[in-house]
Design a protein around this ligand. Structure first.
Ligand SMILES: Cc1cc2nc3c(=O)[nH]c(=O)nc-3n(C[C@H](O)[C@H](O)[C@H](O)COP(=O)(O)OP(=O)(O)OC[C@H]3O[C@@H](n4cnc5c(N)ncnc54)[C@H](O)[C@@H]3O)c2cc1C
Ligand SMILES: NC(=O)c1ccc[n+]([C@@H]2O[C@H](COP(=O)([O-])OP(=O)(O)OC[C@H]3O[C@@H](n4cnc5c(N)ncnc54)[C@H](O)[C@@H]3O)[C@@H](O)[C@H]2O)c1
Length: 480
């Protein structure tokens, strides 16, 4: 057993790995990571999933070619080629990241799991050698991991999570997906587009339950045309499997036989691995580390960021938190913990999100139901359909059945302030189309005059955002 003291220890080298730049050159830093560098986003999250989704989008578009007069034959997808391209790229990036950190004179990398043994004191085991690490400042950037529900037969049958499915050796002819959130819906889109028969099971009455009701209903109806969706029921039991077909037994009496089973039933914080009590660090009932507006945790010299502490487990939030922690930790290293005057605060207003499936969904702010709960009658809603702008004609026509061609922009505003409360987009590249609305909310811009304050390129699809804003302005004006 050895002991080392550092100026800074960072536990978790996902977004935590972005903190140390050349401003830390004069400080001794320990980086503790139990998996590959880059964390969830790089190795098994945003980046590989979106790299798998792009070919899925190409296949989905090609299948619609017939309706536009360009018949195309699609698939089956070359799974090994796609998998190796995607995972080869992320593995290379993670390895380069590790090599770069190992080369730095002021950084020691520990590839193991850190656990608190006291305030600002952690223990980590690497290849049987235990090191006690103490530090002036401790950053907890430990993220989340998939939840595995307690279902009889699951362990015996075998299952995948988003951590493992991207490395499957053999492409499944039939895939079972449990969970209708982001992970389940995006990966169902991938496997269905590549040619698998997908059955998706969700306990609620729609997929994407956290989204605006109109969005969730539109999305659910659309994907039901493409794969088997079982709603309002849960996985009760699993039989078979371990190499052979797996039978899913559902609470409503339904059954399905699949070759591979994906669990996409949510994620839980990794804080249970840290023994937070030993360091006096508080977590909430969900296991999220409690932080103040500076991303400072409840114990002196301890900080947290990203999925470990956030109610919005998204990479752009983790990146923003990491920039705040980086600034504040540097100040704390220079001036001590007590002088908070130069610390910056996190801003979690107008956090956007997107679901990268078909149809694609973009969102910022409150749903209509959330807005009405919070503001009662002081809410105005307007909507404009993709099919009713010029670019929509290019998308629609023969494609009337396509979920993106039938998409829309729905805006929710507060009547008394004339400001947006939320924006919801279902359309091609909805994740991009939503950005001007994110800007409007982030800068607290009034809806009145917003559409006419700039040019919108004709006949680009952004005209659907312009038209929705004009409709909302009229709706707000109708009262005022
Ligand atoms: C399939 C999937 C797709 C996603 N797609 C998107 C997307 O399109 N857009 C988006 O914004 N977000 C997406 N996300 C969410 C995004 O990946 C996370 O919000 C982001 O990775 C959080 O970053 P983080 O640094 O907080 O945590 P992580 O990236 O999870 O990093 C935490 C790190 O800490 C390590 N660790 C944990 N405990 C310990 C310990 N005790 N000792 C040592 N190391 C430890 C872990 O091994 C991990 O590497 C996706 C997630 C998944 C699963
Ligand atoms: N595009 C993106 O930004 C993106 C993509 C993927 C993941 N993520 C992040 O990852 C997080 C986790 O995603 P997720 O999809 O795993 O979780 P989620 O919480 O979004 O969805 C899980 C779903 O599974 C259902 N469920 C749970 N247990 C069930 C059971 N036994 N039977 C049937 N249904 C069950 C729940 O009702 C819920 O709808 C998200 O909150 C998001 O922040 C983001």
């Amino acid at each position: 057993m050895t002991s080392e003291h550092y100026d800074l220890v960072i536990v978790g080298a996902g977004s935590g790995n972005t903190i140390v730049d050349d401003r830390f050159d004069d400080y001794r830093v320990a980086l503790v990571e139990r998996g590959p560098l880059g964390g969830t986003c790089l190795n098994r999250g945003c980046i590989p999933s979106k790299m798998f989704i792009l070919p899925a989008d190409v296949a989905t578009a090609a299948r619609r070619g017939d309706a536009l007069g360009v018949p195309a034959t699609v698939g089956p997808a070359d799974w090994p080629a796609i998998r190796d391209r995607v995972m080869g790229k992320v593995d290379e990036d993670a390895a380069e990241g590790l090599a770069g950190r190992r080369e730095a004179d002021n950084i020691d990398v520990y590839q193991g799991t850190a656990t608190f043994t006291g305030p600002r004191q952690l223990s980590v085991d690497v290849d049987g050698v235990r090191t006690t690490i103490t530090a002036d400042q401790v950053v907890l950037a430990t993220g989340t991991r998939p939840v595995v529900p307690d279902v009889p037969g699951l362990e015996e049958a075998g299952y995948e999570t988003s951590d493992t499915i991207m490395r499957l050796e053999t492409f499944p002819a039939r895939l079972g997906v449990i969970g209708g959130g982001y992970v389940g819906s995006e990966l169902a889109h991938v496997f269905s587009s590549y040619g698998a028969d997908v059955v998706q099971v969700e306990g609620s009455d729609t997929l994407l339950t956290g989204q605006d009701d109109d969005v969730a209903a539109h999305f659910t109806a659309a994907v039901k045309e493409r794969w088997d969706v079982r709603l309002g029921t849960e996985l009760e039991k699993v039989s078979g499997g371990a190499g052979g077909p797996i039978t899913l037994h559902l609470a409503d009496g339904g059954e399905a036989e699949v070759d591979v089973l994906l669990l996409a039933t949510g994620r839980r914080p990794n804080s249970d691995l840290l023994d937070l009590d030993a360091a006096g660090v508080e977590a909430d009932d969900h296991g999220r580390i409690v932080v103040d507006e500076h991303q400072h945790a409840s114990a002196a010299g301890v900080w947290s960021l990203g999925d470990a502490s956030s109610e919005e487990p998204l990479k752009h939030v983790a990146n923003q938190d990491a920039r705040v922690v980086q600034h504040n930790v540097l100040r704390a290293l220079r001036a001590g913990d007590d002088d908070r005057s130069s610390w910056v605060t996190s801003d979690h207003t107008a956090v956007p999100q997107a679901v990268f499936a078909h149809p694609q969904v973009g969102r910022v702010g409150l749903t209509e139901a959330e807005a009405r709960d919070e503001h009662g009658d002081d809410v105005a809603v307007a909507r404009h359909d993709v099919a009713d702008v010029a670019y929509g004609w290019a998308l629609a026509g023969h494609l009337d059945g396509d979920a993106e061609a039938q998409g829309f922009v729905k805006l929710v505003a507060r009547r008394s302030t004339g400001r947006l409360l939320g924006a919801h987009v279902v359309a091609p590249m909805a994740s991009v189309l939503v950005q001007p609305l994110v800007m409007a909310m982030a800068h607290d811009l009034p809806v009145a005059g917003l559409a006419r304050s700039m040019y919108w390129i004709h006949p680009a699809l952004t005209e659907v955002v312009e038209s929705a804003l004009l409709a909302l302005e009229e709706e707000l004006g109708a009262d005022g």
